[in-house]
Design a protein. Structure first.
Length: 106
């Protein structure tokens, strides 16, 4: 990864639904990646990446859906828009020992 890219952890091994704290991207573009797994069997996770300019009114910029298993799965996207704040919102999580982490690179 280039030296000028800063990676922030928005959610760190989250095992319950809920929002991360808000963060400010360093530039216009930011990349987001969700990674998840279970300790046994299958599961699912849905992460909404939300954006705001005032930290009061949040909009869904994108949604990441993961099919979870004991081997990590991941998916992500790039956002090219000048939002002042971003956060990850884990809106659904199923599976034995399911955990999800979300990272932002900007």
């Amino acid at each position: 990864m280039p030296e000028n890219v800063k990676v922030l952890t928005l959610l760190d091994a989250a095992d319950a639904t809920g929002e991360s704290g808000s963060h400010t991207p360093r530039g216009r573009k930011a990349t987001f990646q969700a990674v998840g797994s279970t300790t046994a069997g299958a599961g699912t996770a849905t992460v909404k990446v939300q954006v705001s300019n005032d930290e009061e009114n949040w909009l869904d910029a994108a949604s990441i859906a993961l099919t979870l298993a004991t081997i990590e799965s991941s998916d992500g996207f790039t956002l090219d828009a000048p939002w002042k704040f971003v956060r990850a919102n884990l809106t659904a999580l199923t599976g034995t020992g399911a955990e999800v982490s979300v990272f932002m690179g900007s």
